[in-house]
Design a protein around this ligand. Structure first.
Ligand code: URA
Length: 210
C-alpha cells in the first residue's frame, strides 16, 4: 500500500458500500447511501485539518478555543458523479466553497475531455478536496487535480468511494503530493475501464439514467 493512500475501513462505510454495490439497491437508496458514506469520508479526510485558537466568551467566562485555521475549504466535484459525494460533504462543512470540473471519458480511448471548469478565488490559500466516487483508470482524477493545480491550488486531497489498483498507481505516480482516501480498493478494471467487482456506473446508478 502506498503511504499516501488510506482505506477508510470504518464498519459503517463498509456496510453501506456493500449495499451500494448490490443490483437490488434502488436509485433512491443508492443516492441516500452515497450521501451517508460521504459524511463519513468527509470526517476521515478532514481529521487532520490544522486548527488555530480564537478567544470567545462563554456564558461563564472567556476562553481560548480551537477553530479551523485559514480560508474556507474548497470541495472540487468532478462532474457528474462527484456531486453525489459533494452533497454529504457540504452537510458536514456547510461553509466550504465549491469548484466543479466537467470531464467525460472518451468511451474508446478512456481519455478525459474537459468541458467545464468553475472555481472560487484564492485556491492557493485553501485546502482543496477533490471528490469523485470511482477511481478507475485514474485519468479523470489526474486531469482534474492537474487543472485545479494550474488554477492555483497547492494543498489537495482526493476522496473516492472505490478505487482500482490501476487507478491508484496512475494517481500516486502523477500526484505524489496528494493524499488519496478511498472506502475500498477493488480487484481490477475490465476492458471498458469499469471497476471489478465495483458497483457499475456511479452516475447512472445515482441518477437512474440506465
Ligand atoms: N466510472 C464508474 O462509474 N464506474 C466504474 O466502474 C468506472 C468508472
Amino acid at each position: 500500500m502506498h503511504e499516501n493512500v488510506t482505506v477508510a475501513d470504518h464498519p459503517l462505510i463498509q456496510h453501506k458500500l456493500t449495499l451500494m454495490r448490490s443490483t437490488s439497491t434502488s436509485t433512491a437508496q443508492f443516492r441516500q447511501l452515497l450521501r451517508e458514506i460521504s459524511l463519513l469520508l468527509a470526517y476521515e479526510v478532514t481529521r487532520n485539518l490544522p486548527l488555530e485558537s480564537t478567544t470567545i466568551t462563554t456564558p461563564l467566562e472567556d476562553m481560548s478555543a480551537p477553530v479551523l485555521e485559514g480560508k474556507k475549504l474548497c470541495f472540487v466535484s468532478i462532474l457528474r458523479a462527484g456531486n453525489g459525494l459533494l452533497e454529504g460533504m457540504l452537510d458536514l462543512v456547510p461553509s466550504a466553497r465549491v469548484a466543479h470540473v466537467g470531464l467525460y471519458r472518451d468511451p474508446k480511448t478512456l481519455v478525459p475531455i474537459e468541458y467545464y471548469l468553475k472555481a472560487p478565488e484564492a485556491l492557493d490559500a485553501r485546502i482543496c478536496i477533490v471528490v469523485d466516487p470511482m477511481l478507475a483508470t485514474g485519468n479523470s482524477a489526474v486531469a482534474a487535480v492537474s487543472r485545479i493545480k494550474e488554477a492555483g491550488a497547492s494543498q489537495l486531497r482526493f476522496v473516492c468511494l472505490l478505487a482500482a489498483p490501476e487507478g491508484i498507481e496512475n494517481f500516486v505516480h502523477e500526484h505524489p503530493d496528494v493524499p488519496l482516501i478511498t472506502a475500498a480498493i477493488d480487484r481490477q478494471l475490465n476492458d471498458h475501464g469499469y471497476i471489478l467487482p465495483g458497483l457499475g456506473d456511479a452516475g447512472d446508478r445515482m441518477y437512474g439514467t440506465k
